[in-house]
Design a binder for this molecule. Structure first.
Ligand code: ZN
Ligand code: ZN
Ligand code: FE
Length: 751
């Protein structure tokens, strides 16, 4: 029997409305043990029991709640069981800390939705309807306390009716800071690219829907920034969005009118439905069904990133459209999402035909979050709207530390008391605009959380821009190794503090020997780590080019095994090189020019992808590895041969035999799908054998490579009979999740 503990943090109107007795009865009826307790801002629930009962508990918690209870924040995650013996209502914990002090933005609630589509209501079709339980928060707050005068709503003076609601403790808009109505609140405009107003209010939304149906691209000012919308069923519209946005193959997210229409296109299980309908309302990656949107939406991809409307503006527009739209960040590739009107018009005028904009200013950019379901749990890939900046609560008080994250997909984090506040997704720091966003976010967090760091934690990589920034800050610095930060993030996500084995598989990460690590097995705790295992090294040539061209990884791997003979082999990466490239590559390997030793598992994925002819050059980060995952067949169990060697007490996965067998399979005409499956299985087998040798009970899986669902789930299945295996939930496994780990390691290493 699979007993787990489910921890639920709820905020909203949950005190004095019969909520705790309701939770008590619900838990009892599902045979769950644990407790429920009031906290300063809401309710904390911990329940243990069988997995399927925990899922029913979550579902019923939303569907059967007492009539007066309402939530604006509901986060849940699964932890090790503690062995509760009964279920009880515990005394309130007045000092207990809740996850939020600045709330994330919250998707429109059912009560507001009903009003928006009720003809007689004074907010009928009003795009800025909200209440105490829903609406903008993080995207409009300028400083604490969260009062109207401290938000971007301060420019709108409430009318008499709105003010009455706002002041009445019985009203569901009591102290709803963004409260507004058509008389007094923000307005919607449809503008052309020269900013001329074409229509206002509902008419503007209706016209936008018409334009989208006709194949136009609309820039829509959403909650945390501008988005680009077009008809997802129209090949030409999606194709032209790709062309104008200069985005070749990277998948686009979709918005559907509602959950029913979404279910026609993707498979939705119970946990997925809970996530889609949650107050966070993220983009969720789900498997495609036979019914298809344009294949330009997500080429070669068996998944679609889908969401449902989460603001009244989206709801009204989608109700008019009744058809799915592409809904992607309003930016030029890899830059931060545009959120200020001036910038949006300047940057998006060559992409969008029309702008559906409004008069409520956005304080900071907050992208849509991206979530995947792995092992039946929420697995956040990009942490932004709906999640940021809610805090992680650590078990003890932390010194004031600012953690600067790493380089790609960056976030920052700060510690205040027991809380760790992780920023929204910032982006790749090598882009100038993202770097500016990074600097701005640091200042923003200092102001918003009234925070002054005493220490700076940063990645140990001396060349990262975040490290260079740390060095200018005139505060004591604590360098943190990349892979250690990954593992500790995963440990705090699962609330475990002891010596563990962390497996950090990633594209890159500065190691203790100054080389690029990325296939690591670390014995570690919060303070320090030791390398227990890794991959055999190979060389990457040409720095960053090696990331964009998987064939460079392939040649590095082949050169290790076959030397110069590699350049005569009948393989796709070799054939893709022209004469000049071939000559240069040989010299670079021979004379070790611009060649870097690496143990990167991400690059091994790239190399295999290239060798079997899937992709020689990629058009977005991680593409070659993802394509490899997508073709793998989970039902296949075979794997390739390999060796585990040992050098200076470190176990080394030698992939030589595996690569040779892959090449033999290719010669025999074995299908790519089967080779990819066997490759995945080999890696699972590698983990199993190394873990067996190390003999430690608790295993943590982190790093960008573990965004791969097949690898993560198969590893879990293979190991969980003998070991406790932990994966990420609230904190992303990729570099979005580096900063919270840096905080904890930083705190343990203050001299
Ligand atoms: Zn509401
Ligand atoms: Zn009003
Ligand atoms: Fe990383």
């Amino acid at each position: 029997m699979n007993i787990q503990k489910l921890k639920v943090e709820v905020e909203g109107n949950v005190q004095g409305v019969g909520f705790r007795p309701f939770v008590y009865r619900l838990a009892k009826s599902l045979n769950l043990k644990g407790f429920v307790r009031n906290t300063t801002k809401g309710v904390l629930i911990e329940v243990e029991g069988e997995r399927k009962n925990l899922e029913s508990f979550l579902k019923k918690l939303k569907e059967q709640k007492p009539p007066l209870a309402s939530y604006h924040f509901l986060h849940f995650y699964f932890l090790d069981p503690e062995g509760f013996e009964k279920f009880e209502i515990l005394k309130s914990d007045e000092k207990g800390e809740m996850a939020s002090s600045v709330l994330p933005d919250i998707a429109t609630c059912y009560d507001c939705l009903r009003e928006i589509f009720e003809k007689k209501d004074r907010r009928y079709l009003y795009a800025f309807t909200n209440c105490t339980n829903c609406g903008p928060r993080f995207s409009i707050i300028e400083k604490v306390p969260y009062d109207r005068k401290n938000t971007t709503m301060k420019i709108f003076k409430m009318c008499k009716d709105c003010e009455k609601e706002y002041k009445n403790p019985e009203d569901r808009r009591f102290h709803a800071q963004p409260n507004a109505c058509p008389l007094c609140g923000p307005e919607v405009y449809l503008r052309d690219e020269n900013k001329n107003i074409i229509a206002k209010g509902f008419n503007a939304i209706q016209k936008s829907a018409e334009f989208i149906k006709k194949g136009h691209i609309i820039a829509l000012k959403g909650l945390g920034g501008y988005q680009l919308l077009c008809n997802a069923l129209d090949d030409n519209a999606v194709k032209s969005l790709r062309k104008r946005k200069k985005r070749e193959e990277k998948p686009f997210a979709l918005m559907f009118p509602d959950i029913e229409s979404l279910k026609e296109y993707v498979y939705v299980d119970q946990i997925s439905e809970i996530i889609l309908k949650s107050p966070a309302s993220p983009i969720l990656l789900l498997k495609k069904k036979n019914k298809k949107v344009s294949h330009y939406v997500a080429p070669m991809n068996p998944f679609l990133g889908v969401m449902i409307p989460y603001t009244p503006l989206h709801h009204i527009l989608m109700m008019e459209l009744k058809t799915p739209v592409v809904c992607t960040s309003g930016n030029i590739t890899d830059e931060p999402i545009a959120f200020e009107d001036e910038t949006a018009f300047r940057k998006l005028k060559d992409i969008a035909d029309y702008f559906l904009t409004h008069t409520r200013p956005i304080k900071r950019y907050v992208d849509d979050s991206v979530v995947r379901v792995v092992l039946g749990k929420e697995y956040i890939i990009r942490r932004a709207r709906g999640y940021a900046p809610s805090a992680l609560i650590f078990k003890e008080k932390l010194p004031p530390i600012l953690a600067l994250g790493a380089h790609l997909k960056n976030t920052i984090a700060i510690s205040k008391g027991k809380k760790i506040f992780v920023s929204q997704h910032i982006g790749d720091l090598e882009k100038e605009e993202s770097y500016k966003g990074f600097i701005k976010t640091i200042e923003d967090f200092k102001k918003l959380f009234e925070f002054e760091p005493e220490y700076i934690a940063h990645d140990a990589h001396p060349e990262y821009l975040s490290t260079k920034h740390a060095k200018q800050m005139d505060k004591p610095l604590i360098p943190v190794y990349h892979h250690h930060a990954h593992i500790v993030s995963c440990m705090i996500d699962n609330e475990i503090d002891e010596k563990v084995l962390g497996i950090s598989w990633d594209g890159t990460g500065y190691g203790k020997d100054g080389k690029i690590w990325g296939g690591e097995f670390l014995m570690c705790d919060y303070k320090e780590f030791e390398r227990a295992g890794t991959f055999r090294e190979f060389r990457l040539i040409g720095g960053d080019m090696a990331i964009k061209e998987p064939r460079r990884s392939a040649m590095g791997i082949l050169y290790e095994i076959f030397g110069e003979k590699a350049f005569k082999m009948d393989l796709e990466p070799v054939k893709s090189l022209n004469e000049k490239e071939s000559r240069n590559f040989k010299i670079m390997f021979k004379k070790n020019i611009n060649a870097f030793w690496t143990t990167s598992s991400g690059r091994l994925f790239d190399g295999v992808s290239s060798i079997i002819g899937i992709k020689q050059k990629i058009s977005y980060e991680g593409q070659a590895a993802m394509l490899l995952e997508w073709i793998a067949d989970e039902k296949i169990d075979e794997f390739y041969d390999f060796e585990i060697k040992e050098k200076d007490g470190v176990l080394i996965f030698d992939w030589e035999q595996m690569i040779k067998e892959i090449i033999e399979d290719l010669k025999k005409g074995v299908k790519k799908e089967i080779i990819s499956s066997k490759f995945h299985n080999t890696l699972v087998e590698v983990i199993y054998r190394i873990v067996k040798k190390i003999k430690i009970k608790k295993i943590f899986l982190s790093g960008g490579v573990f965004q791969n669902r097949i690898l993560t789930e198969k590893t879990y299945k293979k190991l969980s009979k003998e070991f406790n295996v932990y994966t990420h939930q609230r904190i992303p496994p990729n570099d979005n999740g580096i900063s919270p780990g840096q905080i904890i390691i930083g705190a343990k290493n203050i001299k």
